[in-house]
Design a protein around this ligand. Structure first.
Ligand SMILES: NC(=O)c1ccc[n+]([C@@H]2O[C@H](COP(=O)([O-])OP(=O)(O)OC[C@H]3O[C@@H](n4cnc5c(N)ncnc54)[C@H](O)[C@@H]3O)[C@@H](O)[C@H]2O)c1
Length: 328
């Protein structure tokens, strides 16, 4: 068997994923709120109980929350134990389970504690997607739209994919192409020192929108938000950043118009308001991707497939882009 050299082999899986594992298995209740230190401690404790050593192997079976968290637990357990990612959401397949970023949310900030620690391998099988709720499919599709904007040949094919009507197996070639686009970028810049920042397209605004809904549960209740999933937030972030790409870099308006249409037809308008602008801008200023404190740093597009990293934007420009998004 492929993993014969490893002993013991253990599995950490999302409780919602059905898998009759031949190995000892820890099933966890997964949500973005569970992506925290206490859950990692639980995973470490279980590793100790299983007698896991650095000769062992961990299989991480679940969506991006689980693979990020298990990857981080593996990076830090006994200074590093190997793991295999088996992503079970579309988002984890095309994005979270490759590229080596692992981590947890801390002090209200997404992925603010973590490590670059790539898996031994990532095994993608679209069969997992059959049980995935539509909202989660759409969340993954948001990252697919982002990847499409980074590759001129991929963009029209992603835009044409009809989630409601086309069978899941037809998505396989698109997933493979998205993974290839990401892997090529990550290989050229594994530690995000430059080029890899192109993958952050849509994420400066997207993370702020996601944080305001997820990581401030008190405020979320106050404003009666429902949690905005990562991929939805990325779509909203892409619209704000495409708006800035048009205004600042002269990007053609077509991708912005195409994406706006997809947003209105499929995702709906963002569940935050103009009055949240100040807080969203403040969250963007705290983004760990910023090189200097209080600066807002974005990846923008000159055209489809032509991203430009390290675009510093002012508070006013950020507010203007949010106004555009909220006006749709
Ligand atoms: N490491 C990276 O490079 C990277 C990149 C992008 C996103 N991320 C992270 O990924 C996370 C989001 O990932 P996600 O969207 O997969 O979220 P998730 O892991 O929370 O999964 C979404 C929901 O689907 C459920 N689920 C998982 N697989 C299922 C299946 N096959 N059938 C039915 N239900 C299933 C989960 O229990 C959860 O309720 C975020 O925390 C984000 O920060 C990481």
């Amino acid at each position: 068997m492929k993993y014969d050299n490893f002993s013991p082999i253990v599995v950490v899986r999302d409780r919602k994923v059905a898998w009759d594992s031949p190995y000892p298995c820890l099933a966890l209740d997964i949500s973005e709120q569970a992506k925290r230190l206490e859950t990692v401690q639980r995973i470490w404790d279980w590793f100790f109980e299983q007698g896991l050593t650095r000769r062992g192997l961990v299989m991480a079976v679940g969506g991006g929350v689980l693979t990020d968290m298990v990857g981080f637990a593996c990076a830090t357990y006994k200074r590093g134990v190997q793991y295999v990612n088996i992503p079970t959401t579309l988002l984890a397949m095309i994005d979270a389970s490759s590229g080596g970023k692992t981590g947890i949310n801390y002090r209200g900030l997404k992925n603010s504690i973590g490590a670059f620690y790539p898996p031994l391998e990532t095994i993608i099988d679209t069969k997992w997607l059959q049980s995935l709720p539509t909202k989660e499919m759409l969340s993954g599709f948001g990252e697919m739209l982002k990847t499409g904007l980074l590759d001129r040949a991929l963009w029209p094919d992603v835009l044409q994919y009809d989630l409601e009507r086309m069978p899941i197996e037809d998505m396989k070639p698109l997933i493979e192409r998205c993974v290839k686009v990401k892997e090529k970028i990550v290989q050229a810049d594994p530690k995000e020192e430059g080029l890899r920042k192109v993958l952050n397209l849509g994420h400066t605004f997207g993370h702020a929108i996601e944080e305001i809904s997820i990581l401030s549960p008190k405020e979320a209740r106050l404003f009666q938000y429902s949690v905005i999933s990562h991929g939805y937030a990325v779509v909203y972030g892409l619209i704000a950043e495409l708006y800035l790409s048009v205004v600042k870099l002269g990007c053609p308006k077509e991708p912005l118009q195409q994406l706006t249409q997809v947003m209105l037809q499929v995702y709906g308008k963002p569940k935050c308001k103009c009055s949240d602008r100040e807080q969203l801008v403040a969250l963007m200023q705290q983004d760990k991707k910023n090189e200097r404190a209080a600066e807002i740093n974005c990846t923008l597009l000159k055209d489809i497939g032509e991203p430009v990293i390290n675009q510093v934007i002012t508070r006013d420009e950020a507010s203007e882009a949010l106004d555009y998004l909220f006006s749709l």
